[in-house]
Every structure is written in structure tokens, then in C-alpha cells.
Design a protein around this ligand. Structure first.
Ligand SMILES: [Fe+2]
Length: 204
């Protein structure tokens, strides 16, 4: 049985940038549905799922039984991506990274502002539903990617350490069609302390 993370803040805690109702529906309805669907899919496949983390499953999609493979990619990705998304948001975020992550950002993107712009552009330009991700490869090298639907960077051997959900359900109640405003504002609640932790100590 897989589950959603415990939300580390109240539904209204991210206001005015992300509103209470959006967090409530996003977390309790959308994410919960992915959780329920994933667990239902895995019924009867206990031997396959036993002892595996969701990250492990998504990083080796070929090993997923064929009859449930696409379903697990969709629903499992939905659980994993949302758990990441909700976990890196905070009402009291660390505003900038330090240490090795900052060094790597500076080396790859020039500076933090350039990286944020890069991620924002990927999020705004994503056609349809998906995410913008900051990922690291096995050598710690960073890149920005956009991903369609609920696919996981893990399936391409990339470890996600930050994501912006740009499915309409993530912003429509408050921002309507103005995705760019949502993307601009979400930086106020992205906790670089969490991202640093994932960069330094991520294990799938
Ligand atoms: Fe979402």
C-alpha cells in the first residue's frame, strides 16, 4: 500500500500564493485518487510491489507487469510527483539554497535567478498537463526538464528534486487561465531547504 505524504502545513498556510481550497482539493481529492487507483492496480501483484519503494518501481518501468504497466506509470507517477510537490512547499521557506547545491546551480545556470527563470519558462511553456522539474543525474549534475502528464523523471534515470505542477487543478480556482501568475507566485513558497535535502540525500 502506497500513501500520500502527511501535509506539513495547514490548507490555508500557503495563502495568498496558493489558496486553501486548491490545496484541500488537490491534496485530498486529486492526490488521494492517484493513491487509491495505484493501490487498486497493485492488488494481486503483491509479489511485485513487495519491499519496493514507489521511486524504485518508477525507475525501472520495464519490470512492472505488462498488464498494469501504463496504469502504474500514470497513477504511481501521480502519487510520486504530488508527494514531491507538496513536500517542497512551505509557508516559511528557506529562500535560497546554499552549499553544494548552490555551487552546482551557479556552475550550470550562472546564478539562482537564471535557474528560477529556466524552470518558470519550462512550466509556462508545458503544453497541456504536466510539470517542470529540476532534476539531478547520478553525478549530481542539474538540469531542467518539463514532463507530460504524470510521467516521472526517474524513468529516465533522473532524480527529481523540485517540481512545479502545472495541471490546471493546481491553480485554476485562484488563477483561472493565468498559469504564468501561479508560476511566478509559487516561488514565494518553495522551500530551498527541502530541495537541498533532496539534492544531498536522495535515495529512491
Ligand atoms: Fe496536481
Amino acid at each position: 500500500m502506497f500513501n500520500k505524504i502527511e501535509l506539513p502545513y495547514n490548507y490555508e498556510a500557503l495563502e495568498p500564493y496558493i489558496d486553501k481550497e486548491t490545496i484541500n482539493i488537490h491534496y485530498n481529492k486529486h492526490l488521494q485518487t492517484y493513491v487509491n487507483n495505484l493501490n487498486k492496480l497493485l492488488e494481486g501483484h503483491e509479489d511485485f510491489a513487495k519491499g519496493k519503494t514507489l521511486g524504485k518501481i518508477l525507475s525501472d518501468t520495464e519490470s512492472i507487469p505488462e498488464d498494469i504497466r501504463q496504469g502504474v506509470i500514470n497513477q504511481g507517477g501521480g502519487v510520486f510527483n504530488h508527494n514531491l510537490y507538496f513536500s517542497i512547499l512551505s509557508p516559511t521557506p528557506k529562500k535560497a539554497p546554499e552549499g553544494k547545491l548552490l555551487d552546482e546551480i551557479n556552475a550550470t545556470f550562472g546564478n539562482l535567478e537564471n535557474l528560477k527563470q529556466n524552470i518558470s519558462n519550462a512550466a509556462i511553456a508545458q503544453f497541456g498537463s504536466g510539470y517542470a522539474f529540476l532534476v539531478k543525474d547520478e553525478n549530481g549534475k542539474l538540469s531542467v526538464i518539463s514532463i507530460l502528464n504524470q510521467n516521472s523523471p526517474l524513468s529516465n534515470n533522473l532524480i527529481p528534486i523540485l517540481c512545479i505542477d502545472v495541471w490546471e487543478h493546481a491553480y485554476y480556482l485562484k488563477y483561472k487561465n493565468l498559469r504564468a501568475d501561479y508560476v511566478k507566485n509559487i516561488w514565494n513558497v518553495i522551500d530551498w531547504g527541502k530541495v537541498e535535502g533532496l539534492y544531498m540525500n536522495y535515495s529512491i
